[in-house]
Design a binder for this molecule. Sequence first.
Ligand code: HEC
Ligand code: HEC
Ligand code: HEC
Ligand code: HEC
Ligand code: HEC
Ligand code: HEC
Ligand code: HEC
Ligand code: HEC
Length: 423
Amino acid sequence: MFLRLFFAALIALAMSLPHTANAQEEKCLGCHKGISPMIVSDWQHSVHSEVGTTCVSCHGSEHTTAKDTDKAGLVTPETCRTCHPDRVEEFSRGKHAFAWDSYRAMPTTHWQPMILREGLQGCSGCHKIGLKSEEEIQALRDQGSNYGAGSCDSCHTRHLFSKKEAQSPQACRTCHMGLDHPQWEMYESSKHGVRHQLKVTGALPENAAAPTCQACHMNEGDHAVMTGWGFLGVRLPMPDDEEWAADRTTLFKGFGVLSPEGEPTERLEVLKEVQALRVTEEAFQEQREKMVATCGQCHSESYARNELARGDEMIRISDALLAESIREVASLYKDGILEKPESYAYAYPDLLSFHDAPTEIETQLWLMFLKHRMRTFQGSFHMNPDYALWYGWSEMVRDRNAIAERAEELRRRARVMGAIETE
Ligand code: HEC
Ligand code: HEC
Ligand code: HEC
Ligand code: HEC
Ligand code: HEC
Ligand code: HEC
Ligand code: HEC
Ligand code: HEC
């Protein structure tokens, strides 16, 4: 830290020495005070302005007039690396770094309207946190996007680049909310989140124990975020429990990473590449032990282990329900009652087709997976009993029943149609 401050002071000194650089900065500021006054004032309030990191440090000095704005340097994590190599290194190892690749790797992404894919409106509006290649950044530029290259500004937004902002749970809120990952909603109304709010409003003492998202997921400021189960709540190796192993196999088929016959597919390689699942016991345990140690700052170790084991158990029971419904729909394809959708690789439910699942029963199966199963285990891991039970488990049971009833109806209709045709 001190070493870094020392270097920063040196850089600041170096930058203030040659008269040209200083004059350049004054030019940027002078003109941009008129064009984008709040960018300038945010920067003025930032630590960067105190340590002499200026517009020029990040954007270079090639653009100097209103006519050559395309020469303004693009800021990417590589720009930050010059002064914050450790943070960029950590970030690159964590899940956030994969966000751009992972959403683009999804087969269904190509079916979304262009603006929702690449216009930084839908998927890409959140997944922009991921690292991009130079070509990808250029492509964004060519589409007319003036941002999306920064990644680091997802939590400490420009141009304050504040540590305090990034330490607040609100920094995660915009992305970690909603249909398939309502971590914000779950956390906010959990005892952990409520305590944090009461601390902020002053009802609880300033040093009261109240974990933030960051306390649990970026302990000691570690930018390499990663969890044991991951988003999909599946991992390898298979569990010893035979029923659970069979259910997880069914889920893998539903994700299309195993073929209906149980053979690994190309998609498995894609998911492995973006580290969507931990593929060894060691990789899982490494994350689990980190989490136990974090809970251990406020709870006893056995309390923490037991609570996390309950989350694992929630995954087991939700897998059983989901697998039952996947098999139900799969049997409709097998018996020729439901036609294989053109876009599906196999005559098997494709859970990753999201809202593009063509029929009502396939859509309900998708919601059961992406909305309700997620809530069941995510709610448990985030100490939110209401999400785990009512928004999660209870909805899954209703999905299972509705899917079974609808399947029966389709079979009945097929029998009647068959009878009419043979007449
Ligand atoms: C003569 C006025 C002027 C000066 C001097 C100036 N800028 Fe700009 N800058 C502009 C204008 C005008 C825009 C375009 C605003 C818009 O798109 O509405 C702009 C845009 C930018 C952009 C955004 C580019 C993009 O593609 O969206 C950055 C970054 C930027 N300036 C940084 C700087 C830096 C760094 C300096 C100093 C080296 C500087 N500016 C000096 C007028 C100026
Ligand atoms: C020319 C060097 C330089 C560049 C480039 C630079 N920084 Fe910094 N930054 C510093 C220095 C020096 C500090 C103060 C010491 C510290 O906190 O590390 C700092 C502090 C920070 C802080 C802490 C602010 C606070 O509230 O305490 C954040 C966050 C930050 N930088 C993010 C970034 C990001 C993101 C980028 C790239 C977009 C970036 N920096 C680019 C030099 C730089
Ligand atoms: C700009 C959107 C955005 C913001 C802000 C954001 N995240 Fe994320 N986060 C994502 C995306 C997208 C992923 C999935 C990455 C992938 O595709 O591999 C993710 C993944 C994660 C994961 C890994 C889950 C797993 O699969 O193991 C954790 C943990 C996480 N984020 C925590 C946080 C925390 C804590 C904050 C706030 C300090 C935060 N995120 C802020 C978008 C964001
Ligand atoms: C610590 C690095 C850093 C510094 C210092 C910095 N910027 Fe930026 N700036 C960024 C990042 C990151 C982006 C977003 C890039 C992206 O996502 O593609 C950005 C984007 C911009 C944009 C275009 C986006 C918008 O909101 O209009 C303008 C204009 C801009 N900066 C002007 C300035 C000016 C003027 C200064 C000096 C007062 C300055 N910047 C200082 C990092 C920096
Ligand atoms: C998911 C949110 C998130 C993202 C994305 C993020 N940071 Fe941070 N950053 C934080 C948090 C939280 C802290 C405070 C850490 C602590 O408590 O010490 C922090 C602190 C910092 C600091 C303050 C000084 C220090 O070293 O502790 C710097 C510098 C920094 N980040 C740079 C970066 C850079 C560079 C990137 C992009 C590679 C980045 N951050 C991306 C959340 C984030
Ligand atoms: C008290 C600690 C704690 C807090 C606070 C916390 N989490 Fe988590 N989080 C966990 C645990 C435990 C898991 C599951 C770890 C595993 O997979 O074994 C988890 C999992 C996740 C995941 C992966 C998917 C999932 O939900 O299982 C993401 C993403 C995530 N958390 C983001 C957040 C965000 C964003 C916040 C704040 C709004 C937050 N968490 C608050 C402990 C916490
Ligand atoms: C509101 C922000 C947001 C939007 C919009 C969004 N995502 Fe995500 N996505 C996230 C977050 C946050 C995670 C991590 C959640 C977790 O781990 O619980 C994630 C996780 C993922 C993952 C899992 C990555 C992995 O390796 O585990 C994929 C794949 C994905 N999203 C694809 C998409 C696609 C495709 C779209 C558009 C159809 C999309 N996302 C829209 C925020 C978003
Ligand atoms: C920064 C301190 C801190 C950390 C870290 C922390 N907790 Fe807590 N936790 C608390 C406090 C304080 C309470 C409220 C105590 C109470 O309910 O009497 C609490 C409550 C709980 C509760 C009970 C919720 C309720 O409604 O009564 C559970 C379960 C729990 N924590 C589990 C965990 C797990 C698991 C972890 C790690 C993933 C963890 N906690 C991390 C401080 C923490």
